[in-house]
Design a protein around this ligand. Structure first.
Ligand code: BDR
Ligand code: CA
Length: 313
């Protein structure tokens, strides 16, 4: 497999943290050009800090981390401390990051990278609200045809919503940004709740990380243990969905996932359904196909991959 260049755009978040670790544990397949932080699960000063903590934990203080948008394009920020805790990475006690935050704004980094790298060689992996990506596309429309692919976590169809009855958190926080991304004509692969609600981190799987005998394994166990409690109460399921690493797992082992090439539109107006991903799963319209919308995953294969890679760190 050719090594793929990626930018991870993120709002860590425990599941974001595991996604970053999975990418950094996979240098044969993935070259992480940078990590760009966005406001989402918690405000930007925390997400950029958390991103640095996670890179350091992975032994990668060399990965440049950039701070981006501190609020959605045109709405007040909605956060999710009720899921992730006040720091966004509640669970284990964490050291202060030592590595610096880059001085360049995340949006400028995204634009410059896409202009400087050969066209079609950089994949964007957004696992938070889509504000940074949309701003980059607004500032520099010339970069859109240069993106190889966007592989994002967001949206839901059969699983409807997790922050409102109709909307998934990442899309709900900045639906206008999502609208720009879904209309960008960039090849789009979407990991909605339909997939991630099958990626359940059960108590047994948490324990397997704890038993790895590494610091990173213990951190992953403590993080997932933390938000597992909340999600178990909410969904009554066996474990919490480990959402964001689905994007990186897809880049490593696409055959773990299956979905449909369909039209997906974003609802931005309605008070009731704002942030809904209106996915034409049954192909009942002739609206143009703009996304590969995933619907299923091999959960065992996913956790096997995660365990094998996280154990390397
Ligand atoms: C998404 O929202 C966040 O809370 C998680 O990190 C994930 O990206 C799931 O809806
Ligand atoms: Ca996230």
């Amino acid at each position: 497999m050719a090594r793929r260049k990626i930018i991870i755009d993120t709002d860590p978040g425990q599941d974001d943290a595991v996604a970053i670790l999975l990418a950094l544990a996979s240098p044969e397949e993935l070259e992480v050009l940078g990590v760009t932080a966005v406001a989402g699960n918690v405000p930007l000063p925390l997400t950029q800090r958390n991103a640095r903590i996670v890179c350091e934990l992975a032994g990668h203080a060399d990965i440049p981390v950039f701070a981006g948008s501190d609020r959605p394009l045109s709405r007040p920020l909605v956060t999710a401390e009720h899921v992730h805790g006040t720091t966004g990475l509640d669970g284990p006690s964490l050291p202060d990051p030592q590595m610096p935050l880059q001085k360049v704004h995340a949006v400028d980094f995204i634009v410059d990278t896409l202009r400087n790298e050969p066209a079609g060689t950089v994949t964007l992996v957004p696992i938070g609200p889509l504000t940074n990506i949309a701003r980059a596309f607004q500032d520099a429309a010339d970069i859109m045809p240069r993106v190889q692919e966007i592989v994002l976590m967001g949206g839901a169809y059969f699983e409807v919503g997790n922050i409102t009855p109709a909307a998934e958190f990442n899309i709900y926080v900045d639906p206008e940004a999502a609208g720009i991304v879904f209309k960008s004509d960039v090849p789009l692969t979407v990991m909605p709740l339909d997939v991630t609600h099958k990626a359940l981190i059960t108590a047994e799987r948490v324990e397997a990380f704890r038993q790895m005998g590494t610091r990173t394994g213990r951190m992953v166990a403590a993080w997932t243990d933390f938000f597992e409690r909340f999600d178990k109460e909410k969904y009554g399921s066996e474990g919490a969905p480990l959402h964001d690493p689905c994007t990186i797992a897809y880049l490593l082992e696409p055959e773990l996932f299956s979905g449909r090439h369909i039209n997906v539109e974003i609802e931005t107006e309605s008070e009731l359904t704002r942030g809904m991903t209106v996915a034409d799963w049954w192909r009942v319209t002739d609206r143009p196909v703009n996304a590969t919308f995933m619907g299923d995953l091999d959960a065992k294969g996913y956790f096997d991959l995660l365990s094998e890679r996280i154990a390397r760190l």
